[in-house]
Design a protein around this ligand. Sequence first.
Ligand code: FES
Ligand code: FES
Length: 156
Amino acid sequence: MRLTTEVNGKSVTAEDVWPGESLLHVLRERMGYPGSKNACEQGECGSCTVYLDGSAVCSCLIAAGQAEGREIRTVEGLAPDGEDFSDIQSAFVDAGAVQCGFCTPGLLMQANDLLDREENPSDAEIREALAGNLCRCTGYEKILDAVRLAATRRTA
Ligand code: FES
Ligand code: FES
C-alpha cells in the first residue's frame, strides 16, 4: 500500500508498505525517523513510544495500515521549531538521566505526555506514567529526577 501520514507536522508518504508492517519499522526504515527505538517489538519496553493522534502509543504495536491519514509525533518533533531540545530533553540532560540513551526517546515522549496532562505530578504518578518504559542503565532515579526537574521548571 501507499501510506500517507503526517509526521511532526509534515505530510510523509511511503510506497510499497505491507499493511501489517509495524509503524515503528515504517518510521525508522522508510520515512527517515530513526529516533524511536526498537528494543523488544512486543509492547514491553516503551522505547518505540510516539504520539498517534495525540496519544502516546507503542509504535511497534501499531500496524502501518492503521496509521493511514493520522498524525504522528516522534521524538524528532519534540523540540519547538528552531530549538535543539524541548524542556523535557533539557531536563534529562541536566539531571544526568541519559546513559546509553536507548530508552530515552520513549521516556521523553511518555514524560512529555504526563506533564501535558498533569503539570505537577506526584512521584507515584510519575512512576505509574513511566511504568511501561524499561531502562537497563540508570536505575530510574535520575529519570525521576529529570521529570521532577522538568515539572518544576514548567510551573516556575
Ligand atoms: S520496541 Fe515497542 S515496546 Fe519495545
Ligand atoms: S539509558 Fe540505557 S537503557 Fe536507559
